[in-house]
Design a protein around this ligand. Structure first.
Ligand code: HEM
Length: 491
């Protein structure tokens, strides 16, 4: 029999991304790339307004094409948006390409390091640990808790609707995703849904806000001196770390009291602790703390804002909202919350609506990557260390095979509706791509489906006519400025 490992893998003739050391010299250099007009020394800095940062990069891409540069204080950054280049850049991690070092440094300066900011061999190890904690099996074991937390959200909304109180849907979704993530990640119910002043939630928000602000601050002053806000964020991060260390101690105590949990951990922290305690695992408690915190940061706003954006579409497209409701009624039957996780796969319309919502309003419209060595993108030499902004959303706008791509039409993702559903040009990147693809995708989809099907089963979401226009705000994720959604109880 032939040794499969020896079969040569054919390389594409013109790879979109390659190490500069392999192949002919690049035809163009960084300085040859088009650039938006800027000012002396500060370059394009003043054009890059914080919350509209992503929009500015996308608008420039429409004028300047799929590869351009901009400068801030004499530092050159590259912006890429061709789909082949983005796919290749994401695929070449972690050896040739890494996460933007500025993003990683800021995460590590603000919270205990975890898989999101790790690189190279360290990342490979941590990724294995995290994957063990986010398997469908761990999520299934956690499902009864997810049902209970969703029931709590339902009861809160029913009570508010019956009392004629206005429901702050986005706030509640955020609190609910935080409760879910802490429940799954740490095995604790902190109930931020009912308790609006939970100190742990306040601390998480403080640190989150600091990271988002630092990301769009051109000069990293906090490395030289700490302002009061930075000291506050440091203290909050320390309290979060201490709380997580306490959660780890109780996870260990639970496992010691019930060794069956080793084979069937009931939450992520137990799975992490079991993996860490295996002989020769090479993981420290610090890695468990860092990754438990990373899950909370990576899983909260991403999921709640994605649901928020979908609701914004549904209230503007009542026919789509009605289709989500019909499906939820049929699948949930007499239940108000989906009780059986196996039925999560029986909601094709909701699945398509989520996909369509994430195509138009992804919470990560771009990602910052960085070459570890000199690379060539298409025919341009990009020196090692140059930040590359990959425009994930715009890449789809630039190159897709959809009819009327500007419209919200979930039907386009249903089998047999538009031709070529498996066409690679229809592949979206809401969860990133390549080996660093979001490991929380399965959990996130489960959360979004259980929440939206519960909402549709019991409420009709309607557009709030008094709400101001919704704007995209880039904080760490892309957030709607308001959510103009009113929930009316179905009778
Ligand atoms: C709708 C919800 C979510 C969206 C849209 C989302 C999106 C993303 C994206 C775009 C990335 C970067 C991927 C890349 O570098 O290629 C990412 C990474 C990550 N996500 Fe998610 N995410 C969501 C929910 C979650 C949840 C619920 C968790 C866990 C509880 C999670 C955990 C992570 C982690 C740990 C990483 C870092 C992976 C690594 O660097 O290897 N995410 N996510």
């Amino acid at each position: 029999m032939m040794d499969r490992a020896r079969i040569p893998v054919p390389l594409p003739l013109h790879p979109a991304v390659r190490p500069a050391a392999e192949g002919p010299p690049a035809a163009r250099r960084l300085g040859d790339l088009p650039q938006p007009k800027g000012e002396p020394v500060i370059g394009n800095m003043r054009q890059l307004d914080g919350v509209r940062f992503h929009r500015t990069l996308e608008n420039w891409a429409r004028d300047l094409g799929p590869l351009y540069r901009f400068t801030v204080l004499n530092r050159t950054m590259v912006v890429a948006s061709s789909r082949p280049a983005l796919t290749a850049l994401m695929r070449e991690r972690p050896d040739l390409i890494r996460r933007g070092s500025r993003t990683s440094d800021m995460m590590e300066e603000a919270i205990t390091p975890g898989v999101f900011s790790a690189e190279g061999e360290d990342w490979r190890q941590q990724r294995k640990l995290v994957m063990r904690a986010l398997t469908p099996e761990v999520v299934h074991n956690f499902y009864p808790t997810l049902v209970a937390l969703t029931e709590r959200l339902r009861l809160r909304w029913v009570a508010a609707a019956e009392a004629g109180r206005r429901i702050d849907v986005l706030r509640d979704l955020k609190a609910w995703t935080l409760d879910v993530t802490i429940g799954l990640a740490m095995g604790h119910d902190i109930d931020t849904l009912q308790n609006e002043h939970n100190p742990l939630q306040r601390d998480i928000e403080t640190v989150f806000e600091r990271i988002a602000r630092r990301l769009t601050t051109p000069v990293p002053y906090w490395r030289l001196f700490r302002l009061a806000v930075d000291r506050e964020s440091d203290a909050a991060a320390q309290r979060i770390s201490d709380a997580v260390a306490g959660f780890i101690a109780s996870a260990r105590a639970r496992i010691a009291a019930n060794p069956a949990l080793r084979a069937k951990p009931s939450n992520m922290l137990e799975a992490l602790v079991v993996a860490r305690d295996e002989p020769g695992s090479g993981f420290s408690d610090q890695a468990v703390i860092g990754n438990a915190i990373t899950m909370v940061f990576a899983g909260e706003d991403t999921t709640s804002n994605t649901i928020g954006w979908l609701l914004d579409f549904l209230v503007r497209h009542p026919e789509c909202s009605a289709a989500v409701t019909r499906e939820a009624d049929a699948v949930l039957g007499a239940d108000k919350v989906l009780q059986d996780y196996r039925l999560l796969d029986s909601l094709p319309y909701l699945d398509a609506a989520l996909r369509e919502g994430m195509r138009l309003k992804p919470v990560a419209p771009f990602m910052i990557l960085e070459p570890v060595a000199d690379i060539v993108i298409d025919d341009t030499l990009i020196p090692a260390g140059t930040p590359i902004f990959t425009l994930l959303r715009h890449s789809f706008e630039r190159d897709n095979t959809l009819a009327q791509p500007e419209l919200f039409r979930p039907e386009r993702w249903l089998e047999g509706s538009e031709t070529g559903a498996d066409d690679p040009a229809r592949k979206l990147f809401p969860f990133g791509g390549g080996p660093r693809f979001c490991p929380g995708r399965y959990l996130a989809m489960a959360e979004m489906k259980i929440a939206v099907s519960m909402l549709a089963r019991q409420f009709t979401p309607v557009l709030d006519p008094a709400a101001p226009p919704v704007e995209e705000r880039f904080t760490f994720t892309m957030t709607p400025s308001v959510l103009p959604v009113l929930l009316q109880l179905r009778r």
